[in-house]
Design a protein around this ligand. Structure first.
Ligand code: ADP
Length: 447
């Protein structure tokens, strides 16, 4: 096992990793920008190194500074968290080239899944069902037209290098295709430096259901069931549940087997998530995330597993020590992402947290790096906390989340807590009747 790990991240996820390290008896090194000197992950870590100015590209994305920090402090492994360098294959490769362990999959697998066209062709060859669409990259607008006619409108033009919901454009009909094609390509070129695009049928009422996988370096692969992440705004998740309100245990077993078989054949290792759109009883793979996900806690609650601890054990070469029949699912978990944003306009609201009082009690978990007096910097992601509840049934979990959010005090900045309360009180949400398009409609309703 490692004796010291450097955490190449900030905020709640840096704390999450730090906590797992503590419980494993591993020393931690925090890295931080000049804007994060007073951050909680810096205060709680055994050592902290400033790696640059506020802008992410100069600090949390500064590979040379992070590697220097690891070398100076004698860290043996680096956990990248999510976002920042977590899906950067070159970073993973450089870490390993310096004799350190990257806590995650191999650079080759990160690269393979980071390119969505390669990810889809790889998964298809391994027997995973896909959304109908183009066979790889579209070479011309004419080809896009032909594929769109074949699969039927509406269609979605997507960037192979896309992420964070960017580089995606819908064409409702043939007359919109040319514009979608050129807008998606321009956006992809500007945002990702790669204008390769592909086409998918735009599904009208899918749910976003994803599967959590863990694989060790000895060929053992297991899944921890699904998360339903259909509540999204601008393709960004806001509220997640485990399990999905629409999936039966048999369906979970079946897709779980398909996914674990595929990843075993690939020789995948560490944590990974296969994302699917689910409509009319069919799963269609859209992409794979080769890292820990923001919403991992809902899985931890229903499966009673510490996924970060498992990631670290796997990276240290340990065997999982359990197999699929050992994994059981208990009750229901919900996560609300609390963003420092105006709940109506979604404008970011950084600033000083005048009062902070998190909820507690049975079945409530809060993952956050906030404290009273903390200044939420304007430079990074607006997510400031995750509230996770666990209860025997979905209805009880909804009641518990309501109760928890009622207790949650965050003063001085605006947050999306009022929006979450409205969602939880909505009869359609309570019945579990929602698709990926539901939240956009819900937020545009007068209230
Ligand atoms: P990103 O990597 O940018 O998050 P994804 O491919 O994971 O992109 O898609 C993000 C979200 O966009 C999905 O969760 C879903 O809501 C929507 N989406 C993606 N592909 C389709 C599709 N073919 N039809 C309908 N919605 C889609």
């Amino acid at each position: 096992m490692f004796s010291k790990i450097l955490i190449a991240n900030r905020g709640e996820i840096a704390l999450r990793i730090l906590r797992a390290c503590r419980e494993l008896g591993i020393k931690t090194v925090a890295v931080h920008s000049t804007a994060d000197e007073d951050a909680m992950h810096v205060r709680l870590a055994d050592e902290a190194v400033c790696i640059g100015p506020a802008a992410s590209r100069d600090s949390y994305l500064n590979v040379a500074a992070i590697l220097a920090a690891a070398t100076i402090t004698g860290a043996e492994a680096i956990h990248p968290g999510y976002g920042f360098l977590s899906e950067n294959a070159d970073f993973a490769e450089t870490v390993e080239a310096h004799g350190l362990t990257f806590i995650g999959p191999t650079a080759d697998h990160i690269r393979m899944m980071g390119d969505k066209i390669t990810a889809k062709t790889t998964m298809e060859a391994l027997g995973v069902p896909l959304v109908p669409g183009s066979d790889g990259e579209l070479k011309s607008l004419e080809e896009a037209r032909a594929v769109a006619e074949k699969v039927g409108y509406p269609v979605l033009i997507k960037a192979t290098a896309g992420g964070g919901g960017r580089g995606m454009k819908v064409a409702q009909s043939a007359s919109e295709l040319e514009e979608a094609w050129s807008v998606a390509r321009t956006e992809a070129r500007t945002a990702f430096g790669n204008d390769a695009v592909y086409l998918e049928k735009y599904l009208d009422k899918p749910r976003h259901i994803e599967l959590q996988i863990l694989a060790d370096n000895h060929g053992n692969v297991v899944h921890f069931g699904e998360r339903d992440c259909s509540l999204q705004r601008r393709h960004q998740k806001l509220l997640e549940e485990a399990g999905s309100p629409v999936l039966s245990a048999e369906q979970r077993d079946a897709i779980g087997r398909t996914a674990t078989d595929a990843l075993a054949k690939m020789g995948y290792r560490n944590a990974g998530t296969l994302e699917f759109l689910y409509q009319d009883g069919q799963f269609c793979f859209i992409e794979m995330n080769t890292r820990l996900q923001v919403e991992h806690p809902v899985t931890e609650m229903v499966c009673d597993v510490d996924l970060v601890r498992e990631q670290i054990r796997i990276a240290a070469g340990e065997e999982l020590g359990y197999t699929q029949p050992d994994i059981s699912f208990s009750g229901h978990a919900i996560e609300c992402r609390i963003n420092a944003e105006d709940p109506d306009t979604f404008a970011p609201c950084p600033g000083t947290v005048a009062v902070y009082h998190p909820p507690g009690g049975l079945g409530v978990r809060v993952d956050s790096a906030l404290y009273t007096g903390y200044r939420v910097p304007p430079y990074y992601d607006s997510m400031i906390a995750k509230v996770i509840v666990h209860a025997p049934t979905r209805a009880q979990a909804i009641a518990r989340m309501h109760r928890a959010l009622d207790e949650f005090v965050v003063e001085g900045i605006k947050t999306v807590i009022p929006l979450h309360r409205r969602i939880l009180a909505d009869p359609e949400f309570q019945k579990g009747e929602y698709t990926i398009h539901w939240l956009e409609q819900f937020t545009s309703r007068p209230h």
